[in-house]
Design a protein around this ligand. Structure first.
Ligand SMILES: CC(C)(COP(=O)(O)OP(=O)(O)OC[C@H]1O[C@@H](n2cnc3c(N)ncnc32)[C@H](O)[C@@H]1OP(=O)(O)O)[C@@H](O)C(=O)NCCC(=O)NCCS
Length: 188
């Protein structure tokens, strides 16, 4: 393994009215409140049926940050610290200076620019502090909102990954998006 690695201390990032902070065990109910919503997960590859599942995901991300393999931020309101969304790096490839991002937001906040600001902060940190050169995302081709968030940062839809996800009993195509540092747009 070469290249940079994650810091030991989880970074807290600014996103305007919101802050990107570590996810804690106490966030499970708030996370489940929006991730248990079938409208939120409709264009993702799985649904979530219990808070216990979310607790396992929290434990997974705590371990993966310790092991420096992935990281997930809570998007929390500055006013009350309630988690209303999440975003992060699902995977790093340190040798190639690349990573894969993912994100999701409580439906009541859709369309307000929250995820654009969160992704802006995450990309600044990833390109700046982690010295990444390429950041990828995969989306359901029907997910126009997510596509727009990516386009605003300069991501290019590079193609279709055929039958990439086994999604609720059916194989589904995914769009693959890539952003290289030299083409990165900072919409702020
Ligand atoms: C995708 C998601 C994170 C976007 O978050 P958001 O905070 O609503 O996004 P923003 O408001 O920052 O930006 C959304 C953009 O999509 C546009 N948009 C909204 N509805 C749209 C539609 N039906 N078709 C096309 N574009 C649309 C908005 O106008 C905005 O673009 P603009 O700033 O150029 O006007 C959010 O919808 C979500 O959590 N969806 C469910 C989970 C999910 O799909 N996660 C991503 C998996 S890849």
């Amino acid at each position: 393994m070469t290249g940079p690695i994650l810091p030991d201390v989880f970074p807290i990032l600014d996103a305007g009215e919101f802050v990107l902070r570590p996810i804690r065990e106490q966030d499970a109910a708030d996370w489940y409140r929006y991730l248990g919503d079938r409208e939120v997960t409709a264009l993702m590859s799985s649904d979530y049926d219990s808070q216990a599942e979310i607790e396992q995901i929290i434990a997974y991300f705590e371990a993966s940050f310790r092991e420096k393999t992935a990281m997930r931020w809570a998007i929390a309101s500055r006013d009350d610290d309630v988690m209303i969304g999440d975003c992060g790096f699902n995977h790093f490839d340190w040798r190639d200076h690349s990573a894969v991002i993912g994100y999701q937001l409580s439906k009541e906040y859709w369309g307000g620019g929250v995820m654009t600001r969160a992704v802006t902060s995450m990309l600044r940190w990833g390109f700046g502090q982690l010295d990444l050169n390429r950041i990828e995302a995969t989306t359901n081709p029907l997910n126009l909102r997510s596509a727009r968030v990516l386009e605003k940062h300069g991501f290019v839809r590079e193609g279709t990954l055929r039958d990439y996800r086994f999604d609720r009993g059916v194989f589904r195509d995914c769009s693959i998006w890539g952003l290289v540092r030299r083409e990165w747009l900072d919409p702020a």
